[in-house]
Design a protein around this ligand. Structure first.
Ligand SMILES: [Zn+2]
Length: 208
């Protein structure tokens, strides 16, 4: 059995945390996160802390009709909107898989959404016993869990971390951290390009 404090070794600029081991199969680990709601999608169990507003998350995610390319094979364009949070997260996941050419049809993971960014630091400290950096989000492979706050719940930040989840679970042997970071950065870049190409979506999404 690996010691978690030493097994989780790498922290990237976005706080992607990667071990060279396998996902955690032992007893549940207390990360200090206390969800008040749980939403299931095909690919994710989504945990919301008390006070997290699902409507605000959709607004922050800012995926509108002009982003229907994100739907990929998940949804037909005609039925893509209005789509709820589970559908949009699945769509973002499948789109990211397609861009990376790493299909994980049976993947399931966790997304934990904190009310305040500072809660992520508390989770990090709970898990590692040391203070984390000012991270907007991080994915922990061994827990197969992505942590993010309501404030930073954008498709770019989320997409970056979802990419880490995909990369970590696609390869049997973990790729070098720098390689994973480049690939996750590529997903983030593609999402920023989409946003730049559809700048009016933000206003439309906010109105929904
Ligand atoms: Zn990263």
């Amino acid at each position: 059995m690996r010691n978690r404090s030493t097994a989780l070794i790498a922290v990237c600029a976005c706080a992607f945390i990667l071990s060279q081991g396998t996902s955690w199969a032992g007893p549940p680990i207390d990360d200090g996160f206390q969800p008040s709601a749980r939403i299931e999608s095909r690919h994710f169990s989504i945990f919301l802390e008390a006070g997290v507003d699902e409507g605000l998350l959709l607004q922050k995610l800012d995926i509108g009709p002009d982003h229907k390319i994100l739907a990929g094979q998940a949804l037909q364009a005609a039925s893509f909107f209005p789509a709820g949070l589970p559908d949009l997260l699945d769509a973002l996941f499948i789109w990211s898989c397609g861009v990376l050419d790493m299909n994980l049809f049976n993947y399931r993971g966790n997304i934990k959404i904190a009310k305040e960014p500072g809660r992520l630091k508390e989770v990090y400290f709970k898990l590692y016993g040391v203070a984390g950096r000012d991270e907007k989000a991080f994915y922990i492979y061994e827990l197969n869990t992505l942590y993010i706050s309501e404030q930073d719940f954008t498709k770019e930040i989320l997409g970056h971390e979802i990419a880490h989840a995909i990369i970590s679970n696609f390869f049997v042997v973990q790729p070098p951290q720098k390689v994973a970071e480049v690939l996750a950065g590529y997903i983030e870049f593609q999402l920023r390009k989409l946003s730049a190409a559809a700048p009016a979506v933000a206003a439309g999404a906010a109105a929904r």
